[in-house]
Design a binder for this molecule. Structure first.
Ligand code: COI
Length: 354
């Protein structure tokens, strides 16, 4: 779907910062482009979206986002092909998910036309920030925050929807090993685990720091009631390869319905890779590792794409996975990125041109 562009106020930055950026040494999420999109909600409706120079916000210290964490976000990427054309990957999914997250956090639905028109106009302005070549992308962060002043514990009557953009390369610069959680959980049934709610991520930082002290980059969360089932990691959904079978947990109240996860599942079906979407126990994965049958683990996510996991820890034991040439992780990353960078046929209709 393409939308008209009549509803956006655009104020361009007087000078670009791009000359000061070392695009060969980017740390994820540290450098931001020249502009941002802002759309305010007040008097019961979303106002005209604006694109303005990137810069700080002024908010009342009592704004509800600071006190009650009424905030949701998305992660998307734009890619540039060899002909300088810019593509998004399945943006409809992100649009649907931000509104699903918003609904759960009592935030008003954001209009589709504003989402797509704002994003397109912003990306046209920031085109030079998107570098060609596999691994280069522009990470796009749409988010909504509750801005109404006042600390009464009730949904805000005012919000800001914003989009900021950051040139990106790899999310993890080194090897990734994960710890299976024995005690902490990311989310519980009936909670907000399926939503990209800011608080889901804040709650992960402390247990993840403890895991980092033991040499793991991420935790694989287990279910809140029994800690027997493996669910997802903080920045990615998780896939296991036992023999030649690919296994991943189903999405539910607690697990984020990742766009990359969904794409891996579609590709696995397309290429006849045996796939089971079902609950995965810690026990079976530990046993498969001990029997040498656990061939691979990898994470999937917008920021991380497909990230191989080299080993895991559980109850003080450390398990290393085999070092293989022909991995599913490599296979899926290759298939996905070729579609994203317009280097392969887009059978599923996933690309969206800017
Ligand atoms: C993404 O992959 O876009 C995410 O939102 C994960 C984030 C924690 C970097």
């Amino acid at each position: 779907m393409k939308t008209d562009t009549t509803t956006i106020d655009i104020q361009k930055a007087s000078k670009s910062k791009i000359e000061n950026v070392d695009f060969n040494n980017l740390v994820f999420g540290q450098v931001f482009t020249d502009h941002m999109m802002v759309c305010d909600y007040k008097n019961g409706e979303w106002q005209t979206p604006q694109i303005k120079p990137y810069g700080p916000l002024q908010l009342d210290p009592s704004a509800k986002v600071f006190h009650y964490g009424q905030a949701v976000f998305e992660g998307m990427k734009a890619f540039k092909d060899e002909k300088d054309q810019v593509w998004l990957f399945r943006p409809e999914k992100n649009f649907e998910r931000i509104n699903k997250s918003s609904e759960r956090l009592a935030i008003p639905e954001f209009p589709k036309e504003y989402f797509f028109t704002g994003m397109e106009e912003l990306l046209k302005l920031e085109k030079d920030w998107i570098k060609k070549g596999f691994g280069n992308s522009l990470y796009i962060r749409p988010f909504v925050i509750a801005t109404e002043a006042g600390v009464s514990a009730a949904p805000s009557k005012e919000y800001k929807f914003m989009i900021i953009c950051s040139p990106a390369q790899a999310y993890y610069s080194g090897e990734v090993r994960v710890q299976f959680s024995e005690k902490y959980s990311r989310a519980a049934d009936g909670g907000v685990g399926f939503a990209k709610a800011a608080g889901n991520y804040a709650a992960q930082f402390y247990p993840t720091n403890l895991a980092k002290e033991e040499g793991f980059q991420q935790i694989v969360w287990t279910d809140a009631s029994t800690h027997e089932y493996l669910e997802e990691a903080g920045t990615m959904n998780i896939f296991f390869r036992v023999g030649d079978k690919l296994i991943t947990a189903p999405t539910n109240d607690r697990i984020l319905n990742g766009v990359t996860r969904d794409s891996v599942i579609a590709l696995a079906k397309e290429y006849n890779i045996e796939l089971e979407v079902r609950r995965v126990t810690v026990k079976e994965i530990v046993e498969a590792a001990e029997a040498g049958e656990l061939k691979e683990m990898f994470g999937s996510g917008t920021a991380t794409v497909i990230n191989p996991i080299l080993g895991f820890g559980y109850k003080g034991e450390k398990y290393e996975l085999p070092n293989m040439e022909d991995t599913y992780a490599r296979f899926f990353k290759d298939k996905l990125t070729k579609i994203q960078y317009n280097q392969a046929e887009d059978k599923f209709g996933w690309r969206y041109q800017i």
